[in-house]
Write a protein that binds this ligand. Structure first.
Ligand code: AMP
Ligand code: ZN
Length: 454
């Protein structure tokens, strides 16, 4: 068993990971708000926590890891989108949820074991809010229920800031019904045109943070191992999740993990800068999902990641080279390389792990190269991309060329050999002919379609 170390935002150190129950390792990751296509930044936590999920499955067994990632399908951004477009909310959230699943599958991300939608857990949220009121941590005011931040002494511990600093730094909403500007909404009233559920406080809808506390409790229990998300969520979202769950008497998550943000060509991705694009945009441009995944993982998750055209090109070249190498040795199996696994287990050092793959490729160690790529979520037959290259069988073409050469030597006419050779070359297959043998190798410009002429 490999020792896994993870950086815990809560303690600000790397710690040896010890699951509460190795037979039931439990992780929660905050998922998307479903009103639009996932942009490239949204894919980063998906790919990062997919790697962690794969590593945990590798170490504890595929049936012993529970991974919950929610869909936020009740939110003011969704309501606004519905108002803008005149479309029913349910249509927008259903369509966006489906897009998200398709786009993330194209990046080779495994589906979590549970993907709860917030709207399916309203009763659990109401129970939790009632409990917080009963325990003196929340209060009702003008149809709203607010969490009393000053009632939780450890508020701010995750992000390492005091409540007063947070008030100074954050744009907290001052509202007449709040006792304190820091208090945040657990429940708010809905007008007739907005989604709403009956509650002890009238018809309304939940605030954003309560859903994660309620769904984590329902699906993972009062205490679980890992909670993840982008570091833009540390404050206020995760700070608020902790306050709600701890005040409800839950142990909540042991390890808190946060990925840094993704930028594009050194700049924050934003619509106004014109460098905003979705995962689907890239896929539609013909960038294989595996390339996107590979570029994402070439930067450590705790560092800002810069998406650049140059990185995309390089990743494409590297993968083509490796896949050609793999295709040339179809009989080599999969072996997980030790150094690769050690680096991955060291707080998901994916960039270091990728460096070891370069070394394995140089050594021609195809089975370990395959083993490493597999653990990174590559070489997945279900993901359309270049996996056809990997399973491509060159043997029939080798035999064809050998036979043609035997015949050519007999009748002193090499035109057929030359014809086969030139088609192979044109299709991106390198041909090396020695006296005894013929060696074929797929190159990065491989185009299997062109072999149909043979
Ligand atoms: P949202 O739908 O905005 O709530 O975001 C869904 C997930 O994407 C959250 O885990 C965010 O932290 C993450 N996220 C959003 N923007 C970026 C970005 N530029 N880079 C990395 N992660 C991001
Ligand atoms: Zn959350």
């Amino acid at each position: 068993m490999t020792e896994i170390k993870l950086y815990n935002t809560k303690t600000r150190r790397k710690e040896v990971f010890e699951p509460l129950d190795p037979d039931n390792v439990r992780m929660y990751v905050c998922g998307p708000t479903v009103y639009d296509r996932a942009h490239l930044g949204n894919a980063r936590p998906v790919v990062v926590f997919d790697i962690l999920y794969r590593l945990l499955r590798h170490e504890y067994g595929a049936d012993h890891v529970k991974y919950v990632r929610n869909f936020t399908d009740v939110d003011d951004k969704i309501n606004a989108r519905a108002a803008e477009t005149g479309r029913p909310i349910g249509d927008i959230t259903a369509e966006t949820t489906q897009w998200f699943l398709e786009d993330m599958a194209a990046l080779g991300a495994l589906e979590p074991t549970d993907m709860p939608r917030a709207t399916q857990y309203i009763p659990q949220m109401i129970v939790m809010i009632e409990d917080l009121i009963a325990k003196g941590h929340a209060y009702e005011a003008e149809g709203h229920v607010l969490f009393k931040v000053r009632s939780y002494a450890e508020y701010g511990a995750l992000s390492g800031r005091s409540v007063d600093d947070m008030i100074a730094g954050a744009r907290v909403e001052v509202a007449p019904y709040k006792d304190d500007p820091m208090d945040f909404v657990l429940w708010k009233p809905s007008s007739d045109d907005l989604p709403g559920w009956n509650s002890p406080w009238g018809r309304g809808r939940p605030g954003w943070h309560i859903e994660c506390s309620a769904m984590a409790y329902e699906l993972l229990g009062a205490r679980f191992d890992i909670h993840g998300g982008g570091n833009d969520l540390t404050f206020p979202h995760h700070e608020n999740e902790i306050a709600q769950s701890k005040c409800a008497g839950h142990g909540f998550a042991n390890v808190w993990m946060h990925n840094e943000m993704l930028q594009v060509e050194g700049k924050k991705m934003s619509k106004s800068l014109g460098n905003f694009f979705t995962v689907r945009d890239l896929l539609d441009q013909g960038v294989p999902g595996e390339v996107i995944r590979f570029v994402m993982l070439s930067t450590h998750y705790r560092k800002p990641m810069d998406w650049t055209e140059k990185k995309r090109e390089e990743a494409e070249k590297t993968l083509r080279r490796w896949y050609s190498q793999i295709a040339a040795k179809p009989n080599d199996g999969y072996r997980t390389p030790n150094a690769f696994l050690r680096l991955l287990s060291d707080d998901l050092n994916t960039s270091g792990a990728i460096t070891t793959l370069h070394g394995l490729s140089e050594l021609g160690n195809v089975s370990e190269l395959k083993g490493g790529l597999k653990l990174m979520g590559m070489l997945d037959e279900k993901v359309p991309g270049w996996t056809s290259v990997v399973s491509f069988d060159l043997l029939p073409f080798q035999a064809m060329l050998l036979d043609a050469r035997v015949a050519a030597k007999k009748n002193k006419n090499f035109s057929e050999v030359d014809r086969i050779k030139s088609i192979l070359l044109d299709a991106g297959i390198e041909v090396r002919m020695s006296k005894e043998n013929v060696e074929l190798e797929i190159t990065p410009s491989f185009e299997p379609k062109k072999l149909e002429q043979l």
